[in-house]
Design a protein around this ligand. Structure first.
Ligand code: NAP
Length: 250
């Protein structure tokens, strides 16, 4: 493996990679030499554009549509990746949604859809890849949580509960998988420029960020690339790496 392609020969599955942070992660892992599976739910053109960008830079990638909250679709996706590539080294659980609203008026459907995708989706994808990774005695699972899991956020009871659940899941899975060479870590972005944050009132957000600016998707992708790298991050597991411009220091 050359240092410019530290993930050469590795296969990475990135969920929700058609847009935003997932797109940046897919491009970053592709540039690091990994074959990238670009998962998406409905944006097929955007997913194909990510595949095209990776292949245009000399990398390898293909797309796979699957709803990560659907057990059958997740299992079929992982089976297809293993059949096509013969291995799966890195799973990035990135797909996520928001359905914000104050708790008193929050619809049960909005609670449930966020839990189903942002938390159960991470469980389903992790379970689906676990057999192959544990058998190979090697693997990297990187879960995208959020700083709101650590600090709470008015109007995001569903989202912050799901993201806090992802941290508990990360640590339990890290403890279960450690002896078999599979690491499980979380990355907790602060406020990052993306479709998800496009409509937010930026003034109070910027006032709470010591660096005084929102982060970029590429800055989150850099942290994911580090956690996927071997041997740089080989001895790191069960951790939450905050990428938040100093917003939450604890
Ligand atoms: P985004 O721009 O809204 O993109 C969401 C991605 O998730 C899209 O690729 C979308 O695919 C995919 N997706 C949605 N539902 C899916 C499903 N059921 N199955 C598979 N994929 C699905 O979001 P983002 O801002 O990049 O956020 C990415 C992750 O970072 C999320 O987990 C989010 O919670 C977390 N995060 C974001 C921020 C932020 O400030 N932006 C901060 C902290 C944490 P389609 O294009 O096909 O819909």
């Amino acid at each position: 493996m050359s240092s410019s392609a530290p993930l050469a020969g590795h296969v990475a599955l990135v969920t929700g990679a058609s847009r935003g942070i997932g797109r940046a992660i897919a491009l970053e892992l592709g540039a690091a030499g990994a074959q990238v599976v670009v998962n998406y739910a409905s944006s097929s053109e955007a997913a194909e554009a990510v595949v095209a960008a990776i292949t245009a830079s000399g990398g390898q990638a293909w797309s796979h549509r699957a709803n990560v909250a659907d057990e059958g679709e997740v299992d079929a996706m992982v089976k297809a990746v293993l059949e096509k590539a013969g291995r799966l080294d890195v799973l990035v659980n990135n797909a996520g949604i928001t359905r914000d609203g104050l708790l008193m008026r929050m619809k049960t459907a909005d609670w449930q859809s966020v839990i189903d995708l942002n938390l159960t989706g991470v469980f389903l994808c992790t379970r689906a890849v676990s057999r192959a990774m544990l058998k190979a005695r090697s693997g990297r699972i990187i879960n995208i949580t959020s700083v709101v899991a650590l600090m709470g956020n008015p109007g995001q009871a569903n989202y912050s509960a799901a993201k806090a659940g992802v941290i508990g899941l990360t640590r339990s899975n890290a403890a279960e998988f450690a002896a078999r060479g599979v690491t499980v870590n979380a990355v907790a972005p602060g406020f990052i420029e993306s479709d998800m944050t496009a409509e937010l009132d930026k003034e109070p957000i910027l006032a709470a960020i010591p660096m005084g600016r929102m982060g970029s998707a590429a800055e989150v992708a850099g942290a994911v690339r580090f956690l996927a790298a071997d041997p740089a991050a080989a001895y790191i597991t069960g951790q939450v790496l905050q990428v938040d411009g100093g917003m939450v220091m604890r």
